[in-house]
Every structure is written in structure tokens, then in C-alpha cells.
Design a protein around this ligand. Structure first.
Ligand code: SF4
Length: 178
């Protein structure tokens, strides 16, 4: 374990809820390691989840599963803030991290700040990550309210961007969606 990970773990421990939820969190952790140790087929509650706020996207990378047959056949939509809160309500007390990511561009979800604030209101220690293609015209404006405030990690899909650049140069098979 390197220094960064140790620092992260200490921060995580220091921000664990100091109430009845700590018990649920710890029991679940113990179960997780116990099942793993026993090589059991049982699993503990999830400690990390991906919550897809939207599966709409503003671009169409040729390498994206969305562009495959089954991707094109999938229904597209956006979760409501209340639905997102319901998922968080059910799971937060055992979670270490939440990825607000799916098969879409998360920053198209206009209420992202509200969802991030809601997670943090449950437990400031939950690590929140967002994957983004970072090419929305007003991307900076959308990210700004979250930086240094509640968003713990912003992970740019740099490979996606690289692939897109190559795609433009090589085949022009790339387009913006309305
Ligand atoms: S940005 Fe991501 S979700 Fe959107 S088309 Fe590209 S790979 Fe797919």
C-alpha cells in the first residue's frame, strides 16, 4: 500500500458515520472479508456501485458499445433525481464509493450537483467519481460548482478523447449529436 492509499484509507476511516450506521458498515466489511476468505459463493452488500444517471451521450465514439447493434437497441433515458436518491438511501450506509457513470455522458444530467450533494449529506467519506468525455461546450461551467466542494474525483475519459481525435483525423467518422 503506497502513501496515497494510506492517506485515503485514513481519511475514509475518519469520515465514517459515528452512529448506528457504523455498525452496519463494519458488519458488512467483516462479512465481505469473511466470505472472501472462505471462498464462499455468498457476497456481502455492495461497497461500491455505479449509478447511471443518464445513458444519453452528446457524441458517438465509433468504439463505444452504444454504437453496436445492442447499444442502438437499448432504451435511452435519464433517471429522476428522486429515483437516484432512492437508490442512495437504500445503499449508502455500506458504501465506500459511488461512480456516477454509465453508458452516457453524466454531465448531461442537469441535477448532478444535487445528487452529489445528497450523497455527501449522507456521508462525506463516500468517494464519488464521474467519468466524462469533457467535450460539452459548457463543460467547465457544469463542472465548476462541483470542484473542490463535493466531487472527490473527476476521471476524464482520456482514451475516449484520444480515440476521437484519431477518428477525426483518419476517417471523419465522428459527429456531434444535437
Ligand atoms: S463519450 Fe463515452 S458514452 Fe459517449 S459515445 Fe463516447 S465512449 Fe460512448
Amino acid at each position: 500500500m503506497n502513501a496515497r492509499r494510506i492517506k485515503k484509507a485514513i481519511r475514509r476511516i475518519s469520515l465514517l458515520p459515528k452512529n448506528k450506521y457504523l455498525y452496519k458498515y463494519l458488519i458488512n466489511k467483516v462479512k465481505h472479508f469473511w466470505y472472501k476468505f472462505r471462498k464462499s459463493t455468498k457476497v456481502a452488500y455492495p461497497q461500491t456501485i455505479m449509478l447511471e444517471l443518464t445513458n444519453r451521450c452528446n457524441i458517438a465514439c465509433v468504439t463505444c458499445p452504444r454504437e453496436y447493434e445492442y447499444g442502438k437497441a437499448m432504451a435511452q433515458g435519464t433517471i429522476s433525481v428522486n429515483q437516484a436518491k432512492k437508490v442512495i438511501d437504500e445503499l449508502w450506509c455500506r458504501l465506500d464509493s459511488i461512480g456516477l457513470t454509465g453508458m452516457g455522458e453524466t454531465f448531461l444530467f442537469k441535477e448532478i450537483e444535487e445528487v452529489v450533494n445528497y450523497i455527501k449529506s449522507k456521508n462525506r467519506g463516500i468517494i464519488i467519481s464521474v467519468s466524462t468525455n469533457a467535450v460539452l461546450p459548457d463543460f467547465i461551467e457544469r463542472v465548476k460548482p462541483l470542484i473542490g466542494k463535493n466531487l472527490t474525483l473527476l476521471r476524464l475519459q482520456s482514451m475516449t478523447r484520444l480515440i476521437m481525435i484519431f477518428t477525426i483525423r483518419l476517417s471523419l467518422n465522428w459527429r456531434f449529436k444535437n
